[in-house]
Design a protein around this ligand. Structure first.
Ligand SMILES: NC(=O)c1ccc[n+]([C@@H]2O[C@H](COP(=O)([O-])OP(=O)(O)OC[C@H]3O[C@@H](n4cnc5c(N)ncnc54)[C@H](O)[C@@H]3O)[C@@H](O)[C@H]2O)c1
Length: 441
């Protein structure tokens, strides 16, 4: 028996002949939350010829889009113009939701102050959708979350605010977003989309919708498997990155070049995937998603996921390790030393600095009394107390004048060997330098 048949078996009557299925709608899809996930989805839906509405509660985001400005790395202003020409209408008016055949929710799911899931944005968005929900609509949650959210939180809330019944009057599904910002090879269309519905018919409806947008749709047993698949993907990354971070520390003490070791290991054509050490993990996914899973397992089973907690601990302590390496290399206390950081985003060639390990690194250096500056071609404002931004014009002087320069993020713009050659002391945390002038992790 599948999970789907266990879920609301008597409600699964939303078939293609259901009365409201073909109600007249203005929009094929309305996307709630126009950020790193929602906007690329809107773009791909526009490309297929769908009528696409966008709803976001941020007037800053909506005004920017209306003025033709993209605020996410993967879309240019020209892309926004193309979408607008195709009829894409971003707005802060919730009534578009009542006019859409499908509603996809792509709002943030950060950690709370105590390290648990913060579903405030999901609750807010679900309430808004529920208040506008019409019979026959397909609602899909894409925000990363812990297993059970769609069934136990989203379905009851939508029912409460709409007076409709999930799986009977409207369809509900979860489909994890797999956007990899900055990835030129894999985008929405050619990344398979995992889909799990509240009922078998909900899954079918969601498969049908995504079948128009992506090349391959992968249905799973229920919303829970779809929710958990995303958490597995990112937990796998978090644990493997922690493994190489820990190995990098040990190898350094053993005088073994970790980059050489990884390069050699990845020549094996099967059974090994390379992960690389660095200052830590960042972004909206790797440091957060495994904690959603761990939180749920702790709550329901009363025990932690030990690998997840250990990986989190190792990755979180990596900035402090880098600080000790800088101090060691300097051979004198950090107090009063000038440390210049290169690249402060969470990954190369994107402007997103959410959860970037460069933050704790800079904070720890400041706390140790260092004078800290940073350069990043993609970041204009960086809110770390006591850290000064160096512009392109000041970069050469900062690199040459600093007591230590640390490559945190290897944006393509950086000529790492030249920078290492120009610096008095250069720590390359990304394994990019080929010159003996650079120290590596
Ligand atoms: N960024 C990524 O690389 C990535 C990749 C895969 C999955 N995800 C997941 O996708 C989800 C969205 O992440 P994101 O990076 O797109 O976030 P984001 O911050 O870039 O965008 C979210 C948007 O939602 C809007 N919003 C917040 N609350 C709202 C509400 N109640 N109603 C309407 N709009 C609201 C915000 O104003 C913002 O514009 C998260 O769960 C995240 O974990 C992100």
């Amino acid at each position: 028996m599948t999970t789907q048949t266990l879920l609301r078996p008597t409600d699964d009557v939303l078939t293609s002949s259901a009365p409201h299925r073909d109600r007249p709608t203005v929009y094929d899809v309305a996307i709630v939350g126009l950020g790193y996930v929602g906007l690329p989805l809107a773009q791909e839906a526009c490309r297929t010829g769908m009528a696409v509405a966008g709803y976001d509660l941020s007037t800053r985001v909506v005004d920017g889009l209306l003025q033709g400005r993209s605020h996410v790395d993967d879309l240019s202003d020209t892309d926004i113009a193309t979408m607008t020409a195709a009829g894409f209408t971003p707005g802060t008016d919730t009534s578009v939701l009542a006019q859409a055949a499908t509603i996809v929710i792509c709002v943030p799911t950060p950690l709370s102050a105590t390290g648990g899931p913060d579903l405030g944005a999901v609750r807010g968005a679900v309430r808004t959708v529920g208040e506008q929900l019409q019979p026959g609509t397909l609602v899909i949650l894409e925000s990363t979350t812990y297993p059970g959210t769609t069934e136990e939180l989203v379905a009851p809330m939508l029912e409460e605010f709409s007076g409709l019944r999930a799986g009977r009057d409207f369809a509900l599904a979860f489909s994890p977003e797999r956007v990899d910002p900055g990835n030129a090879r894999f985008g929405i269309r050619n990344t398979p989309k995992v889909v799990g519905g509240l009922t078998a018919t909900c899954t079918e409806r969601a498969v049908e919708f995504y079948g128009r947008v992506v090349d391959r749709v992968v249905p799973v047993r229920s919303t829970r498997e779809a929710e958990t698949a995303k958490l597995l993907e990112n937990t796998y990354r978090q644990v493997n990155i922690a493994l190489v971070n820990e190995l990098a520390r040990a190898f350094h003490e053993l005088d073994i070049d970790v980059w050489d070791v990884i390069g050699a290991a990845e020549t094996k054509p099967f059974g090994f995937q390379a992960f690389r050490p660095g200052v830590g993990v960042g972004g909206h996914c790797i440091p957060i998603d495994p904690m959603y899973l761990n939180h749920q397992v702790r709550q329901q089973l009363g025990r932690p996921l030990r690998m997840v907690e250990l990986a989190q601990e190792i990755n979180t302590s990596q900035p402090a390790y880098v600080v000790t390496r800088v101090a060691e290399l300097l051979g004198r206390p950090l107090a009063g030393a000038h440390v210049h950081l290169l690249g402060v985003t969470y990954k190369a060639n994107i402007a997103d600095d959410r959860e970037s390990p460069a933050h704790p690194l800079a904070e720890l250096l400041v706390a140790a009394g260092a004078h800290v500056t940073f350069h990043d071609p993609l970041v204009r404002e960086w809110d770390v107390a006591g850290v000064q931004r160096v512009t392109d014009a000041g970069q050469a002087a900062a690199v040459a004048g600093a007591d230590a320069v640390v490559l945190v993020q290897d944006h393509d713009q950086y000529d790492v060997d030249a920078l290492a050659g120009a610096a008095r002391l250069f720590l390359d945390t990304k394994g990019k330098a080929t010159t003996a002038a650079a120290h590596t992790l």
